[in-house]
Design a protein around this ligand. Structure first.
Ligand SMILES: [Zn+2]
Length: 140
């Protein structure tokens, strides 16, 4: 069991992610809920506190990801790995729809992650819509 993630390490991870959820791309500055630093490979599956196993995540994504590392791709109906923010690039697996309010999956991993973490939750989509109007979404 690794020790708690240090405050300094949490700040490193948050800064590296530019304070955006590494899954749904929500911005901490526009969220009523606190964000967290999560283990990409969960501690229960021998994940460590190394920087390359940590990701910045909104509470909604973190709760849904829980201790999962795989999910079902709804198109091929096969079990695939969830998106790994340290080993994969967001833009290789996801893209914004034309209105930039919905995330669409480009790969089995992208589609499975969207479904498992519910990356297009109603409240998040509504917030994206408002942030597009003021030029604050999508994040850079
Ligand atoms: Zn999120």
């Amino acid at each position: 069991m690794p020790e708690r993630i240090s405050k300094i390490r949490k700040e490193q991870v948050s800064k590296r992610a530019r304070y955006c959820c590494e899954y749904c791309r929500s911005q901490a500055d526009y969220s009523p809920d606190p964000f967290s630093v999560e283990h990409i490979i969960p501690v229960t599956k021998k994940g460590t506190n190394d920087l390359d196993n940590l990701a910045y995540s909104c509470q909604g994504c973190n709760n849904r990801k829980y201790n999962h590392i795989e999910a079902i791709d709804p198109v091929t109906n096969t079990v695939v790995s969830l998106f790994h923010p340290r080993q994969q690039r967001w833009a290789d697996h996801f893209q914004w729809n034309p209105s930039q309010t919905m995330i669409t999956g480009l790969t089995p991993t992208g589609r499975a992650t969207i479904q498992k973490l519910d990356l297009n939750r109603k409240g998040v989509v509504n917030l994206r819509y408002l942030l597009v109007l003021i030029g604050e979404h999508p994040p850079p």
